[in-house]
Design a protein around this ligand. Structure first.
Ligand SMILES: Cc1cc2nc3c(=O)[nH]c(=O)nc-3n(C[C@H](O)[C@H](O)[C@H](O)COP(=O)(O)OP(=O)(O)OC[C@H]3O[C@@H](n4cnc5c(N)ncnc54)[C@H](O)[C@@H]3O)c2cc1C
Length: 422
């Protein structure tokens, strides 16, 4: 591994054979998450591929020339030419290995993989999921000096990190950008002394043995596990949804509304999220058509008042979507009138789907804590599930209100309970 500046780029990278370059920055959480993985990859692949680091803020011109606009970004070169796509953001080990392997022969890959040694780490507590619930549990456990690891398949923050503005989290008079609140919480958790293993692949979780396998290589053994994996958006399961997911169909206005500047957008759903997110989309889009199966929208009073008087928003009640298709750069949503069965088509530039959430329990395979009829995990008042030493907190549990404040409360309760036992 070598750190270089722009002046050495030609010699070290363009004339350097097979090279991977990491453009990193300081004060960059995803760069910190990448650093140990990049080191491990350098050790494993270092004989065949050269590993180079470039400080992006100190080499801005070079970064711009190469189209690098965020940190970290990994670029892959062979004989002076970029090969395979670049990757950036919360980069997983598997994504790096896939690209490195593409630069090698199958014999070389087999030889490298033979050198990979399984790792076993032991902790008192493993927290699975780094949203507000998991981070809060981490803060309390770290401050109580309990050996804890927080594991997330993405970067920490959960939904908080992708929520545009959060106005109801106590302690701030002005609405906070969600990513900032996520940043504060995750820095606080890190400084409490717990370990972070984020942007990793969760290969398996054995709640009976209390073992979590990450990146197919590292086994984390814990005395107790806290499940804080939250929820995911419900899919519609209709033709065209899978094909156009991320290519015209989105489930996150904060992430994608900006791409619909002065465009026509269709929103599916009629609950709080659909209404609030539609309002956010109007900051960019020319028009928003909400398609809702019932005759009334169900959202908080202020959002309802805003939506009813909004000049860009139209609501189509009593309709549901049947399929999505693409025609050129337009999305065609076929909708059905529930009363008359009449079919019609909505032509738009993009579709957002907000039809509720489901609990993230897939990773637990067949051995799951008891859950309610909707798949949310049942806990007692100390956040214990029915499996010994397995706790659950946050949106994944069976409860009435799912908010950041309720998630942090659950995390607090589980951590204090555990602190008295470990
Ligand atoms: C669009 C939207 C806007 C919202 N606005 C507000 C608001 O303004 N105010 C408010 O208080 N609440 C708001 N909420 C609700 C709030 O965001 C949630 O209640 C809160 O984030 C729940 O926290 P959590 O930690 O339980 O789960 P999440 O925030 O969902 O975090 C779960 C974490 O677990 C990780 N994970 C998932 N599966 C796995 C796995 N198998 N292994 C490892 N990690 C995994 C995820 O990557 C994620 O980081 C909003 C929610 C949405 C969807």
């Amino acid at each position: 591994m070598k750190e270089i500046n722009a002046i050495d780029f030609e010699k070290e990278v363009l004339n350097g054979g097979k090279v991977v370059v990491d453009f990193y920055s300081t004060e960059c959480a995803p760069c910190e998450a990448l650093a140990p993985k990049f080191d491990a990859m350098a050790e494993l692949y270092g004989e065949k591929i050269k590993f180079i680091k470039v400080f992006r803020q100190g080499n801005r011109e070079l970064a711009t020339e190469l189209g690098v606009s965020s940190s970290p970004t990994l670029l892959f070169f062979e004989n002076g030419k970029q090969v395979t796509g670049s990757i950036s953001g919360g980069i997983k080990k598997s994504e790096i290995m896939e690209r490195l392997d593409a630069m090698l022969t199958s014999e070389e890959i087999v030889a490298i993989k033979a050198n990979q040694k399984p790792i076993v780490s032991e902790y008192d507590v493993a927290i699975l999921g780094g949203g507000p619930a998991g981070l809060t549990a981490g803060i309390y456990l770290g401050q109580a000096k309990i050996k804890t690891v927080l594991i997330d398949q993405a970067l920490p923050g959960g939904y908080m990190g992708i929520t545009h503005q959060i106005s109801n989290y106590p302690g701030f008079t002005d609405p906070q950008p969600g990513y900032m609140l996520a940043h504060y919480m995750s820095e606080q958790a890190k400084s409490s002394g717990i370990d972070f293993k984020v942007a990793v692949d969760i290969s398996s979780v054995d709640l009976k043995k209390k073992e979590i396998l990450i990146d197919e290589l590292e086994t984390i053994k814990a005395k107790k596990i806290i499940i804080a994996t939250g929820t995911s958006p419900n899919p519609m399961n209709i033709p065209g949804e899978k094909e156009y997911k991320g290519k015209g169909i989105s489930y996150c206005a904060t992430c994608d509304a900006k791409y619909f500047d002065n465009k026509d957008v269709v929103v599916i759903g009629g609950g709080n999220s659909a209404v609030e997110e539609s309002l956010l989309i109007t900051k960019f889009a020319k028009s928003v058509t909400i398609v809702h199966r019932s005759d009334i929208l169900k959202a908080n009073k202020i959002a309802m008042e805003n939506i009813m008087s909004h000049p860009k928003i139209k609501v189509l009640y009593g309709h549901h979507p049947c399929s999505f298709e693409r025609q050129g750069d337009k999305m065609v949503t076929t909708i059905k009138n529930i009363k008359t069965n009449e079919l019609s088509q909505l032509i738009s530039d993009g579709v957002f789907v907000f039809i509720g959430l489901k609990s993230n329990v897939e990773v637990f395979d067949n051995y799951l804590p008891e859950s309610d009829q909707w798949g949310y995990l049942i806990t007692d008042e100390e956040m214990r599930t029915n499996i010994p030493d397995v706790f659950a907190i946050g949106d994944i549990i069976s409860k009435k209100y799912r908010q950041i404040t309720t998630a942090v409360a659950d995390g607090t309760i589980a951590a204090i309970t555990i602190t008295k036992e470990v």
